[in-house]
Design a protein. Structure first.
Length: 85
């Protein structure tokens, strides 16, 4: 799953134009929003669209489960893996 984690990190950097951040700077288990990486709701929309496009997964808008999936890179990786089955 390390490759998937790094792929997600690179997608975050690319789709949100985070020029000063590398994949090594993003903690796999840290929060993506708020205190963690500091992403906001606009970033969430852009990231959600990029994940849907790149990994061909279905994401429900405004659900508690979706919020949980987007907590960290690790939770996103688990969600994507579960959709691939």
């Amino acid at each position: 799953m390390t490759n998937l984690n790094n792929e997600i990190k690179q997608l975050i950097i690319d789709c949100l134009d985070l020029e000063d951040i590398t994949i090594e700077d993003i903690d796999t288990d840290a929060a993506l929003f708020g205190e963690g990486l500091g992403l906001d709701s606009i970033d969430a929309l852009e990231l959600g669209l990029a994940i849907k496009k790149q990994f061909d997964v279905k994401i429900e808008a405004n659900s508690e489960a979706t919020k949980a999936h987007f907590y960290s890179v690790a939770s996103l990786a688990s969600f994507i893996e579960s959709q691939r089955v």
